[in-house]
Design a protein around this ligand. Structure first.
Ligand code: UDP
Ligand code: MG
Length: 168
């Protein structure tokens, strides 16, 4: 089978609850390679672009507050790219079902997720669900030079994500 790349986001609840290590340990069971990783603050534009396909859903605004850290007073998320055979399926399996109450109890979402009183699924991680989705999301969250494998065609040119700061 061919190698695939998949995007994982440890959501603000995962960082707030200090679950990063536990989650990375579970993901290491897949034996996939991490080829990009960073801790970032999610702004409104990134949040809305990431979840644009859900914008008609009644929970959309709360979902934006969730991923941008407003719900948890925690503005960090950790973004990772895992790479290897059947990466998308392997990570989705260990992540568990979207609804943490329905997720296998030994999956990441089953073990650490919960449903908020508002009904929102606070499910600790995001994982890409198809090849097309993974490509769209990875290009949204990462610049080419932040990834150690040449995943997709890239070009020389102006920075796409605003001015970069340099060390003095
Ligand atoms: N979500 C929710 N209620 C739903 C469906 C989704 O709260 O009925 C949230 C949940 O946090 C989920 C995210 O919206 O992870 C994105 O939804 P998607 O259907 O893409 O599920 P995923 O791919 O994350 O399993
Ligand atoms: Mg999804």
């Amino acid at each position: 089978m061919k190698n695939e790349a998949t995007l994982v986001i440890i959501k603000p609840d995962g960082l707030k609850k200090s679950l990063t290590g536990n989650i990375l340990s579970r993901l290491s069971e897949t034996k996939l390679k991490i080829i990009g990783a960073k801790v970032i603050q999610v702004n409104q534009d990134l949040a809305r672009a990431h979840y644009h396909h859900l914008k008609e859903q009644p929970f959309f605004l709360e979902l934006i507050k969730y991923i941008s850290g407003e719900l948890h007073g925690e503005n960090r998320v950790m973004a990772l790219i895992y790479w290897g055979t059947n990466a998308i399926g392997k990570v989705r399996e260990i992540a568990g079902a979207t609804n943490p109450e329905e997720a296998d109890p030994v999956s990441i979402r089953g073990a650490y997720g919960r449903i908020l009183t508002t009904g929102l699924f606070e499910n600790v991680i995001h994982a890409s669900s198809s090849d097309d989705e993974a490509e769209r999301e990875i290009k949204l969250w990462f610049d080419p030079e932040e990834i150690v494998v040449d995943l997709y065609p890239a070009r020389e040119g102006e920075m796409t994500k605003g001015n970069k700061r340099c060390w003095k």
